[in-house]
Design a protein around this ligand. Structure first.
Ligand code: HEC
Ligand code: HEC
Length: 201
């Protein structure tokens, strides 16, 4: 816990002093975004749960993740290859374009509402028996995130959110903050959170 608090303080300081990434130009980002749209959708609203939506993401997060794919900190065959072709400036421009797009809102089916309620409880209150902190403390009460380090989760595809939480849990995707949190969640709790978040707005 002490280590977690130190990391949060460091992230908050980084946010206060700027992320170190230059502010991008959305028009130049739009021009570069054609190749991205094939998977992430026009305007960053993807129609396939394998591909995350990027629309309305917190400014700074997309550029940071692209840099992580490029350096290999975050490993993914498709994105790793693509990120090699992008300069820091391209990343900042793509960030500015996608983060300024309007995210789509999803509606859950009736038979998903009950499990989504369990997700809501976890999102707002954490899971004290396993010392899991409330997600909303970092990702915001409406799931809209806090720039630049805490991503928007609201409206994201449930398939993608579930896959990322499982990847954090197995440390296939490493994060000093998210891996220990996901590690203490069950597969059922993860599915519940993912369903709740996809319809949160
Ligand atoms: C062929 C499909 C494909 C294309 C084209 C593509 N992506 Fe991706 N992208 C993916 C997949 C799959 C993931 C999920 C990777 C993972 O599971 O870690 C992803 C993840 C991302 C993420 C991480 C999102 C998050 O919430 O953490 C960002 C940012 C991103 N892509 C930006 C881009 C940009 C910018 C482009 C265009 C230059 C692009 N992508 C083109 C498939 C694609
Ligand atoms: C202490 C702050 C903190 C708390 C609490 C927290 N997160 Fe996170 N979360 C982060 C950070 C930082 C990242 C970005 C990790 C990275 O850079 O890879 C993240 C990333 C994520 C992602 C990946 C999003 C994407 O677009 O790929 C998901 C999903 C997520 N968190 C869900 C949750 C859930 C569900 C909870 C509650 C059980 C939670 N988080 C609690 C800080 C937090």
């Amino acid at each position: 816990m002490k280590r977690l608090i130190m990391i949060i303080t460091a992230l908050a300081l980084a946010a206060a002093t700027g992320s170190g990434l230059a502010a991008g130009d959305p028009t130049a980002g739009q021009a570069k975004s054609m190749v991205c749209s094939a998977c992430h959708g026009a305007n960053g609203n993807s129609s396939n749960g394998d591909y995350p939506s990027l629309a309305g993401q917190v400014p700074g997060y997309i550029a940071q993740q692209l840099a992580n794919f490029k350096s290999g900190i975050r490993s993914n065959t498709i994105m790793g290859g693509l990120a090699q072709t992008l300069t820091d400036e391209d990343m900042a421009n793509l960030d500015a374009w996608f983060s300024s797009r309007q995210p789509t809102v999803y509606t859950l089916a009736d038979n998903q509402l009950e499990i989504a309620q369990l997700g809501e409880k976890l999102y707002r209150g954490g899971y004290p028996p396993m010392q899991v902190p409330a997600c909303m403390g970092c990702h915001g009460p409406a799931g809209t995130g806090i720039p630049p380090n805490f991503p928007r989760l609201a409206g994201q595809h449930a398939e993608y959110t579930e896959a990322q939480l499982l990847a954090f849990k197995s440390e296939q995707r490493r994060s000093e903050i998210m891996s220990p949190i996901a590690f203490r969640l069950s597969a059922e709790q993860i599915r519940a959170l993912a369903l709740y978040l996809t319809a949160l707005h």
